[in-house]
Design a protein around this ligand. Structure first.
Ligand SMILES: [Fe+2]
Ligand SMILES: [Fe+2]
Length: 156
């Protein structure tokens, strides 16, 4: 049977990529709200997006990255890059959160939407690297029962 997140015993780390899709959806909803000038929902979805991402990053850094470093040390450089991406994203979160609170007119909204393109590109590049290298490697170096525990720890 094809493994699914609903069936944790069959869980594969690659399914974590679905979380990227879910979080990207929050970000898109935030941007769509900004485009409509609906600052209430823009803020609401921004909060959902950033809090989900923050929990996800923390889980990767404290639970998943150490496993790779221990069992697949040749991927150290990849993990370093992913970790520095996380830092760069956190900085963007901080800047955008401040700008969002100060945004009120149409010109400021347009400027913010432009500014967010940098974050969008960074997140897409990061998710691609995890989906193509990090998660498949995690599936290779862990057992199904280990992944069951990981699933409970990481999935929101
Ligand atoms: Fe990550
Ligand atoms: Fe991730």
């Amino acid at each position: 049977m094809e493994p699914t997140p609903q069936n944790p015993r069959e869980f594969k780390a690659l399914h974590l990529s679905m979380l990227h899709v879910k979080m990207n959806d929050y970000f898109q909803k935030h941007r769509l709200s900004l485009m409509k000038g609906d600052l209430y929902y823009a803020f609401h979805f921004w909060e959902q997006f950033t809090s989900a991402m923050t929990v996800h990053f923390d889980s990767e850094e404290t639970i998943l990255f150490p496993i790779i470093l221990e069992r697949a040390p040749s991927l150290r450089k990849v993990i370093e890059n992913l970790t520095s991406d996380h830092e760069a994203v956190r900085e963007q979160f901080y800047i955008i959160s401040r700008r969002l609170k100060e945004t009120s007119d149409s010109n400021e909204i347009l400027d913010l939407l432009d500014f967010e393109i940098g974050l969008k590109k960074l997140i897409m590049k990061h998710a691609e690297q995890e989906d193509q290298i990090f998660y498949p490697e995690l599936d290779k170096i862990t057992t199904p029962s280990e992944r069951e525990i990981l699933f409970k720890s990481v999935v929101l």
